[in-house]
Write a protein that binds this ligand. Structure first.
Ligand SMILES: [Mg+2]
Length: 179
């Protein structure tokens, strides 16, 4: 049997890519999907230290009819292409499109992390969850992962807090053990 591998789970909007433009709730067009260079730097460290990388994203805009599935697929196709062009690896992108807050897949519920762990053989206890909202931290905590909150201010429940994406890159470089 394959040994379960540790993983770094990333939230999407605000971590992988810039948040929706102009205060919008959702990114609706691939043209507005702008990948952070700092995310690619973070992913490079994650890959080099031997971790899998999985994105877990709430996209309730799909259920509300504001985001087309095809647009979401175009964004993620662009993301996979960019990752490959940089010589990096991304194992999976998990999307929760439901508007039901009680749904097990919708963060802060840990369903996307648990599902990825079951499908790919991931060791959640040695994994990390990185996000910019309390529900990211909570989902990671409920899945049994260590958690990093990226943002200003306090975040009760987070194991670590860094102010922004450049600080996250520095944090991972300093703290992510090789596995
Ligand atoms: Mg976010």
């Amino acid at each position: 049997m394959k040994t379960p591998r540790p993983c770094v789970f990333f939230d999407r909007d605000g971590i992988v890519n810039a948040p929706p433009p102009g205060g919008a709730r959702y990114i609706e067009r691939v043209e507005d999907f702008r990948i952070y260079p700092d995310f690619l730097d973070a992913l490079r460290i994650v890959n080099a230290r031997g971790y899998e990388a999985v994105i877990v994203t709430n996209q309730k805009g799909v259920a509300k009819g504001l985001v087309k599935e095809a647009a979401l697929m175009a964004m993620h196709s662009h993301l996979y292409t960019t990752v490959l062009q940089h010589g990096l690896r991304l194992l999976d992108i998990r999307i929760s499109t439901t508007a039901d807050n009680a749904h097990p897949s919708r963060k802060p519920n840990p369903g996307m992390l648990l599902g990825a762990a079951a499908d790919h053989g991931l060791d959640l206890a040695r994994s990390w969850m990185i996000g910019d909202h309390d529900y990211d931290v909570e989902a990671g905590r409920r899945a049994g992962c260590r958690t990093v909150f990226v943002g200003a201010g306090e975040m009760p429940g987070a194991d670590f807090i860094v102010p922004d994406m450049p600080a996250l890159v520095k944090f991972l470089d300093a703290q992510l053990e090789r596995v």
